[in-house]
Design a binder for this molecule. Structure first.
Ligand SMILES: Nc1nc2c(ncn2[C@@H]2O[C@H](COP(=O)(O)OP(=O)(O)OP(=O)(O)O)[C@@H](O)[C@H]2O)c(=O)[nH]1
Ligand SMILES: [Mg+2]
Length: 295
């Protein structure tokens, strides 16, 4: 009796959706930062265990979109509401209000909804109990589970509860597989994560990373260098200078950190080349968004 199904994790930005997905699969797959709007697309993450396969969709945090790229992000959230076997709303103890639009969508959907209250390591029992009661009144989901995704508390229990809602069936993917997205995609994400961590204000929200080359030498054997060429596109000319920094130091620091993370992820030596280019107002440009795979 094998169980297999799709679970979409939705919620406000920064509540720990990607951290939770990584905890479920036991690998750092989806990028995580302390800044909101880290995740921009649907990230498939596959948890394989004895007798089950859960295919998680990590989603961008729900926001009111201000430009076309954010509209595309919200379109991905919409897709997470289609075809899932279960929807998991994630909120956290520090959060004051879950997006009203998200709540009404959760109330309307025919898919079963459960909720988890994250970051309970930051609050006392009293606040946790109060938050659970509030969530019950607001949404009345089938279950509410307090967890700490960062510390792995409650994650296994939550997985068991999820399995109760999944149908019996054959696995959707090879049981060795962690995602259906390419290594190239994750390479771009790993660099974008470092950009989000190293730069302030609007820079993290103005970049797109494209991997132009992801090359292993022709007679590739393990421990040969993987050559990766990445282009960071920025929204405006002035951002190019900020990204590169005086004497190229800022970019060098970011790229070095990204290379180290790529080497960990690929378990291989990496040679990373990074270029910065301006694509004026790409976040509002449909053709550009199509090229970048948002539309
Ligand atoms: N204290 C604490 N911090 C957590 C916990 N889970 C996640 N975080 C932190 O919360 C921040 C946001 O985590 P993410 O996983 O990127 O959140 P997200 O919901 O995916 O965010 P978006 O992709 O921007 O929507 C990071 O700094 C995490 O380390 C937790 O259980 N406890
Ligand atoms: Mg995320």
């Amino acid at each position: 009796m094998f169980k297999a199904g799709w679970v979409s994790i939705v919620g406000n930005p920064n509540v720990g959706k990607s951290t939770l997905v990584n905890a479920f699969i036991g690998e750092k797959l989806s990028i995580v930062t302390h800044k909101p709007q880290t995740t921009r697309r649907l990230i498939t993450a596959i948890a394989n265990g004895s007798g089950y396969q859960i295919v998680f969709s990590d989603t961008p945090g729900v926001i009111k979109p201000h430009y076309k790229m954010q509209e595309a992000m919200m379109k991905f959230v919409g897709e997470a509401f289609e075809d899932a076997d279960l929807i998991l709303l994630l909120t956290d103890v520090t959060e004051s209000e879950i997006q009203p639009g998200l709540i009404s969508r959760l109330k309307k959907t025919k898919i079963p909804v459960i909720a988890a209250l994250n970051k309970i390591d930051l609050e006392n029992q009293e606040t946790v109990t109060k938050k659970i009661a509030e969530l019950e009144t607001l949404l009345n989901p089938k279950e509410i589970i307090p967890i700490s995704a960062l510390h792995g508390f409650g994650v296994e229990a939550l997985k068991r509860i999820i399995l109760n809602y999944l149908p019996e069936g054959e696995p959707y993917f090879d049981t060795e597989q962690l995602s259906n997205l390419s290594e190239r995609f994750f390479a771009a994400e790993i660099l974008r994560e470092q950009i989000m961590l190293h730069y302030k204000q609007e820079i993290p929200y103005s970049v797109e990373v494209v991997i132009e080359e992801f090359k292993e030498s022709p007679e590739f054997s393990k421990k040969d260098i993987i050559h990766i060429r990445a282009v960071i596109y920025v929204n405006r000319q002035s951002q190019k200078g900020i990204l590169i920094g005086k004497g190229g130091i800022a970019l060098k620091r970011t790229a070095t950190e990204a290379r180290k993370n790529l080497e960990k992820w690929l378990d291989n030596k990496v040679f990373l080349e990074v270029f910065v280019k301006v694509k004026k107002d790409w976040r509002e440009d449909e053709r550009q968004l199509k090229n970048f795979g948002y539309l």
